[in-house]
Design a protein around this ligand. Sequence first.
Ligand SMILES: Nc1nc2c(c(=O)[nH]1)N[C@H]1C(S)=C(S)[C@@H](COP(=O)(O)O)O[C@H]1N2
Ligand SMILES: [Mo]
Length: 505
Amino acid sequence: MINVTERRDVLLAAAAGVAAVASSYLFAGWTPSFVVRPVDQAVVNLTPGPVVTLAIETLGEAGHLIHIALAFAAVVGLFGAVAFAGLLLATRTDRRAAGIAVAGGGSWLLAAGLTGPSAGAVAAALSAAAVVGAGWLPPSAAPSGGDTGTVRDAPAVVDAVRRRTLAVVAGALGFVAATAVGRQALASGDDPLADAPRSEGAGARLQELDSASLAFESDGHQRMVTPIGEFYNVDIAEFDPEVTADEWSVTFTGETGSERTVDLDELIDRPVENRAVTLRCVGEDLNGRRIGNAVWTGTPIRPLLESVDPQGDCNCAMLRGEDGYYVQFPVDVLAEGFLAWGMNGRELPTSHGHPVRVLIPGHWGETNLKWLTEIELLNVEDDGYWEERGWEGTGEVTTVAKLWDEGITELDDGRIELAGHAYAGSPGVEHVEVSTDGGNSWTDADLSDPLPDADVWRQWRHVFEPGGEHEVVVRAVDGEGTRQTREASGPVPSGASGWVRRTVG
Ligand SMILES: Nc1nc2c(c(=O)[nH]1)N[C@H]1C(S)=C(S)[C@@H](COP(=O)(O)O)O[C@H]1N2
Ligand SMILES: [Mo]
């Protein structure tokens, strides 16, 4: 039988564990000095690679939640166990001080062991000690005599213990809520991104793109701007690196006249632009979905590059990211690029390279390096991550017009609306041609208004009167008058080619 004291101790220990974790979070945020981080890392490292891959493939983002939840539970359990030892000792010796010392000292050792002796570790120890100190009632709180066992279970004592325990647990939970709120306030104080002038300009651009959009008769699946939650992701690593805004910097290294490191404060102080840029992965199928368009907030790379005076013989640069990814391409191409810290009016999300990524107009997705840490100017050309694996994906994108399932709609009057996106990189899209007879005859599709941006897709739309089954073919013509290649090929090594064909009706 568990008596009231033991039940109390379990509750109090859990409250102490939660309070310790919350204190650590208040001081550290989601950084390596937060006590859950090293445990989370261990959970990830100890999970066999195939299990991680399977989790990501079947659960997607939820896969991340599972390991984070496991890590939280484990750390609350560890601090809880230390607090429980303190409570047990206090009860055995009937001395509150002994319990506080064990809970506080043990928690400090645990926190410092996990993260190093930080302010957060002290805070975690103090709050665990506080919960034990406030929650533990000596058996002498009993109003009448008798042997210890019966005194502890006497109704008056049970009541006193219950009230005190509930009050302390409620206090601990209140503290957790307060730290969550407090952390937000702290974060907006010390995070340079919080004050970055990203939303006003981006908001105006988003509106501009919205007004350039085509009006579809069917509901608009083929949106001009891809919402962040629907934007595709391609990553070499199972888990995104977590780089905080204040620890981030990029260093220009290698063949430079002068090395230079730029941190985020310096970067966001530079002239700000809001560019619409479409990304497309070289590895996608012809009619694939690894394509998306966003309004990105950032600053041009060219002036930064000029300030370090690149001197390499190959006119090429290797870019490196925090996740170990690297990609190499010409400096002239890099100079056209953009360092972005905002996406669709919001802070750049972790999965898209927080805090800073590269955007290169007109080139395949793989040049758009995320979690940027280093730009190395080279003397000799070298392969990037994907080029070492047989791809040739650092060049310019090929032209494509897409027609997805949701872009084919039968309207109420029986006509069929065809709708999709066309993308041609820097030359832009000039026409989209649609055939409903397998390519014998062609009609120009309606297009969304052209935009000033150098690298953005256009929406297209064509409505026709069906008569039986139709073989629909779509193809785009770029701004230089070059028509999308007819010859079909798969994505390896330099992107899929051909015309998208669909049977409709
Ligand atoms: N650091 C880093 N940058 C990266 C990658 C990566 O795995 N790591 N993938 C690249 C590839 S192949 C593509 S297509 C784009 C995808 O960008 P997104 O995930 O923001 O859509 O990022 C590129 N930048
Ligand atoms: Mo890609």
